[in-house]
Design a protein around this ligand. Structure first.
Ligand SMILES: C[S@@+](CC[C@H](N)C(=O)[O-])C[C@H]1O[C@@H](n2cnc3c(N)ncnc32)[C@H](O)[C@@H]1O
Length: 242
């Protein structure tokens, strides 16, 4: 059943198809619209996983593979699976992974975060960066992450939101509401960046989203707002009583 606190903002034509249309410009747009901050946010996400020597990590909504690549780069013993429904995003990820010589450790799979083709407790960690917002049933994806990660392993969700308090929050809100959709549409020629802004504004506040994670069978161990709350990192472990 869909959790009532998970607001669905359906992108035009379905989320995978929408990302197929903007895949070619996605990486450049990411750098520009996040003012280059997304790399630091991803590195912090990888550190929060507290991985051991030879971890197996699942990166959901991997898109063009930036987080999967960062995990493999920061952990030379890691094997990573990047899963996404968008063939065009995955094609870019595949080229990126090959260019960096990581094809033996990073595998790409076309799939849906709401229904994972993995056994219970098979992974040491699971991540989803800027992706949970795009999954129609967020609770289902969170339940799947809780299921496939072993007890004591970590689940990290990195997501954009609208900063709510303070002067800098107002500046950041202006950036999200006015700069992101206009610059996005101008540079990419795609109206999809309007969806991006709407889905960021509709995403629940951090405490509310953490409660959704808890109801999905995760124990939230840290909620870390970054860059005045433009982005939040949620770190959790599967709940053993769930
Ligand atoms: C904003 S991109 C994020 C890409 C990447 N994680 C990053 O950090 O740049 C969102 C991704 O979510 C994917 N997505 C949409 N629906 C999904 C689903 N049901 N399951 C898994 N991924 C999905 C899209 O195809 C897209 O690649």
């Amino acid at each position: 059943m869909t959790d009532p606190a998970t607001q669905l903002v359906a992108p035009p034509g379905g989320s995978g198809a929408m990302f197929d249309r903007i895949a070619g410009r996605y990486d450049a747009m990411n750098r520009v619209l996040s003012l280059g901050l997304d790399r630091g946010w991803r590195r912090r996400t990888v550190r929060a996983l507290q991985l051991g020597e030879r971890p197996r990590v699942l990166d959901l909504a991997t898109g063009t593979g930036d987080l999967a690549v960062e995990i493999a780069r920061m952990h030379p013993g890691a094997t990573v699976i990047g899963l996404d429904p968008s063939p065009a995003m995955l094609a870019i990820a595949e080229r990126k992974i090959a260019r960096r010589g990581l094809a033996d450790r990073v595998t790409l799979v076309r799939g849906d975060a709401q229904c994972l083709p993995y056994r219970n407790c098979e992974m040491d960690a699971a991540t989803i960066a800027f992706g949970i917002r795009n999954v129609p049933d967020r609770s289902a994806a969170l339940r799947e992450m809780a299921r496939v990660v072993r007890p004591g392993g970590r689940v990290a969700v990195l997501e954009l939101g609208e900063p709510r308090r303070g002067l800098l929050a107002r500046v950041a809100r202006f950036h999200t509401r006015h700069v992101v959709p206009r610059l996005g549409a101008l540079l990419s020629g795609a109206r999809e960046y309007r969806y991006l802004q709407c889905s960021i504004a509709a995403f629940p506040a951090a405490a509310e989203f953490a409660a959704v994670m808890e109801r999905a069978g995760l124990h939230v161990v840290d909620i870390a707002p970054m860059t005045f709350g433009v982005c939040t990192l949620y770190v959790a472990t599967p709940r053993e009583d769930a």
